[in-house]
Design a protein. Sequence first.
Length: 114
Amino acid sequence: VQLVESGGGLVQAGGSLNVSCVAFDDGSMVYDMGWYRQSPGKGREAVAISGWDGERIIYLDSVKGRFTISRDFTKKTVHLQMNSLKPGNTATYYCYADASPGTWGQGIQVTVSS
């Protein structure tokens, strides 16, 4: 599996951004996928994870109600819509596919200014 991310960028606090991840593989995307983030000096944390069928979804507590993860199985894409962004959401966001082997995207920067 190869993952290619897009979106992200710079936004003011309270604004919205979307990050997307396209999975290039030969299968039917039957694996969990999710978004993680990492800030300088901090470990990587799970932000939102979608089960292989798109039904089982888990969010980091601090983003519940503001972020939405969704999957488009036809386009083999997973999206993360981020609303009401806060400066504390600034980080590099990584797409992850729990395939065999587990695969990470290259990371995409999200910066929220105050």
